[in-house]
Design a protein around this ligand. Structure first.
Ligand code: LUZ
Ligand code: MOS
Length: 752
């Protein structure tokens, strides 16, 4: 089945926040934000903006009727700065005017006096100075420190990993309407409608029941709207509530780039110990996570980094420590993979380092240590239905990797200035929110008297196709055609207490809740059909809009059955509630089984580096991916393709640059390069691994949003391997591996 939004998207008819018809008394807001990264505010004079023609009001921290506090996990984040500025782009005031151009012009008239304070932008420096968001956390299994003497080889090293801009096509925004009795309805481009509802209620000193959040769809999010859609919605609500007018606030691209956080840059140190036959015996790693100025989701992201420190490998002795560092950058936030990519990058760097020292291909070490059925991950979860070895072996067979490597070696011997490199990237990614309580969802189904169906869930459609999957679940369960079913907007009055659509779990959690709701209605309909046809409910089937008894068509249609049900005053609406069973994590013992299941796969990536220019391209990317039993191969393959390219961009061309004083230098699309159609490898293959799916996956179809991004990490190692064919001593693990770094690295003299 096609994505139900395809037609609307390609004809430009799909409705995004900025397409909502504007009510004529609407006012428009623009944000005045901090010009420096760290300072004490001495005075703030908004009169220049206030008196600007067309301006209706200017709001600052003092105008907030409730709490000036929007921290989603811990209360450490003001909506509008009070006495101190902690990052450049931090919101200080909201200017509301007749249109957005006036609002943006007027904000320039605000006068701010401040005393500049020292800014920290580097996580290692922050850790040294004790600037932390939380005390460091450690996870361990066995005793790594006692193992080094027993290892045949021990290597250590360090890595750096850059951040990543989300670059959702639709920028952050919200549109808020005042309703009677002090209530508000807010349309927001958010992954977390309930977080918006909760934060607005807090900021305005209202109850959550007074705030309704409604979301039709987002033009991309990638994690960037899990926590950071909140401030803009709160500002629109603050102005709307105070002025009793609709207020719209949509960030310009430049404001969005400057004011919002990104994927966390990390620095890390590692030590890896191997036996003579290349078993990884021990691994020790310390991560320095660049959290930005407030917590946001950094602590949860740190937790996922720890959980993915071993990637796809079994390591008996391991200790990992993470410092969540407080710096004067915009709060770094969720981004597809949520700390997983950083953890896996360090593991792969450690293996690459060992391989380099031992003068063997990394894949020998990778292959030797892949997880087996029943292996214990170091946080306490035993892996079940592990497909990593199968994916690896299938990739070797189908992609003829040995032959490929030989071709590349021959090519490199013959070509002094063009070098190719091959890398393999196995992935093992845990599915579930690491915060167990978030793994719940609800759905609401109405069957109307004509047999058509309206479906509401807590899932947010952000281009990933979750609505199409929800429609499939409904159609399949009730035995009706898709054209009868409408996916409603995601609205907090229809589905309450939603978890963010995140952690790759949107389709699983909401789909299971929807399945439960549909089955509730189905059960009652079967009972009625049984009564009408003198049969047991268990003999009834609903299929193709027809009613069957014991496989025989009764002559009764779905429409007639619904009409009969209504006349008998039967309940034709249902709420489904789902909470992922079995998962838990004991915070004290630091052990548990936090994930419903894992997603596996293996990618092969081949790069070609021009050793005169430092430029490179990717000749081939071929992937064996574990979809479980995909309920929608078209959508799921699209998720893999997009994820891989986004991951490749992350470790190759996407380079965030900040000045020493904390100003974003890569603040436009001319200075921040993301992959485009020309970056797609010439040969790009995604094949499903033939396996059965786990029961916690919706219709056994595994979560697919985040895991494929991590195949992209292999791009780093493919380029690095090609470089080493030219300059064998190249020693860094510093992502992204931009053409500039490649050129410098190719010609750097390495001491013997
Ligand atoms: N968000 C979250 C996530 O709150 N917890 C998670 O574990 C998670 N994982 C991936 C993406 N978003
Ligand atoms: Mo996410 S990083 O699943 O919002």
């Amino acid at each position: 089945m096609k994505n139900i939004d395809s037609k609307g998207h390609v004809t430009g008819k799909s409705v995004y926040l900025d397409d909502i018809p504007v009510r004529q008394d609407t006012l428009f807001a623009a944000v005045y934000s901090a010009p420096v990264a760290h300072a004490r505010i001495l005075s703030l004079d908004t009169s220049g903006a206030q008196n600007f023609p067309g301006v209706v009001a200017v709001f600052t921290a003092g105008d907030i009727p409730g709490e000036n506090q929007i921290g989603g996990t811990i209360p450490d984040e003001t909506l509008l700065a009070e006495e101190e500025i902690i990052y450049q782009g931090e919101p200080i005031a909201v200017v509301v005017a007749e249109n957005e151009y006036i609002a943006r012009e007027a904000r320039e008239k605000i006068k701010l006096e401040y005393e500049t304070l020292e800014a920290i932008t580097d996580p290692r420096e922050a850790a040294e100075k004790g600037s932390l968001l939380l005390s460091p956390r450690t996870l361990a299994m066995g005793d790594a420190s006692s193992q080094w003497d027993k290892c045949s080889y021990v290597f250590s090293g360090s890595t750096k990993i850059g951040g990543q801009e989300h670059l959702y096509i639709e920028t952050q925004g919200a549109y808020c309407f005042p309703k009677e009795n002090g209530n508000l309805t807010v349309y927001s481009s958010t992954q977390s409608p309930t977080a918006i509802q909760r934060a607005i209620a807090k900021v305005l000193g209202k109850g959550m029941h007074q705030i309704e959040t409604d979301v039709t769809r987002l033009g991309g999010a990638f994690g960037g709207k899990e926590d950071q859609a909140t401030p803009w919605a709160c500002m629109a609500a603050l102005a709307s509530s105070s002025l009793q007018k609709p207020v719209k606030l949509v960030l310009s691209r430049q404001d969005d780039l400057r004011m919002t956080g990104k994927r966390h840059p990390y620095a890390a140190d590692f030590k890896i110990g191997l036996s003579a036959d290349l078993k990884i015996m021990a691994f020790e790693v310390t991560y320095y996570q660049n959290g930005g100025a407030v917590n946001d989701l950094s602590l949860a992201i740190a937790e996922r980094t720890l959980f993915h420190a071993t990637n796809s490998y079994y390591i008996p002795h391991i200790k990992s420590t993470i410092y969540s560092c407080k710096t004067n950058l915009p709060p770094n936030t969720a981004f597809r993979g949520f700390g997983g990519p950083q953890g896996m990058f360090v593991m792969e760097s450690a293996i690459a380092k060992a391989a380099q020292e031992l003068e063997i291909p990394a894949l020998k070490i990778q292959q030797k240590n892949l997880l087996k059925e029943g292996d214990l991950l170091y946080y306490g979860q035993k892996v079940k239905q592990v497909h990593i070895r199968k994916a690896w072996q299938t990739a070797f067979r189908e992609f003829e990797i040995r032959k490929k490597q030989k071709e590349i070696d021959d090519f490199n011997k013959k070509n002094p200035l063009i070098k190719k490199g091959l890398a393999l990237m196995p992935i093992t990614f845990g599915i579930s929110f690491t915060a167990t309580f978030l793994n719940q969802a609800r759905a609401l189904v109405h069957v109307y008297t004509d047999g058509s169906v309206g479906v509401s869930t807590g899932a947010i459609e952000m281009g990933q196709g979750v609505n199409t999957k929800m429609l499939q679940v409904t159609a399949q369960t009730l035995g009706i055609t898709p054209s009868r079913i409408k996916l409603e907007s995601t609205n907090t009055t229809r589905v309450a207490n939603t978890s963010p659509t995140a952690a790759s779990s949107g389709a699983d959690l909401n789909g299971q809740a929807l399945l439960i709701a549909c089955r509730g209605i189905l059960q009652r309909l079967k009972k009625l059909a049984g009564e009408l046809h003198g049969a047991n409910a268990s003999e009834i089937d609903l299929k193709d809009e027809k009613i069957f008894v014991g496989g025989q068509f009764t002559g009764m249609s779905w429409e007639t059955l619904i009409s009969e049900a209504y006349l008998r005053r039967m309940q034709l609406s249902e709420i489904g509630h789902y909470a992922t069973p079995e998962i838990y994590f004991d915070k004290e013992k630091k052990k548990g089984s936090p994930f419903a299941y894992h997603v596996y796969g293996t990618a092969m990536l081949v790069s070609k580096v021009d050793c005169l220019r430092g430029t490179y391209e990717f000749e081939e990317v071929k992937i064996i991916h574990d979809f479980g039993e995909s309920m929608n191969p078209v959508i799921d393959t699209g998720q893999v393709e997009g994820g891989v390219i986004q991951g490749m961009g992350y470790v190759t061309m996407e380079e965030l640059a900040y000045s020493k004083s904390g100003r974003l230098l890569s603040n436009s699309l001319s200075t921040y390069k993301v992959p485009d159609i020309y970056s797609v490898p010439k040969v790009f293959v995604v094949k499903p691994l033939k396996v059965s799916g786990p029961k916690h996956a919706i219709l056994k179809s595994k979560a697919v949003g985040e895991p494929p991004l991590m195949y992209g990490l292999g791009a780093y190692f493919a380029v690095r391997n090609a470089m080493r064919a030219f300059n064998p001593g190249f020693k860094y693990f510093d992502s992204p591996i931009t053409p500039e770094k490649v050129l410098l690295g190719l010609y750097e003299k390495v001491k013997a």
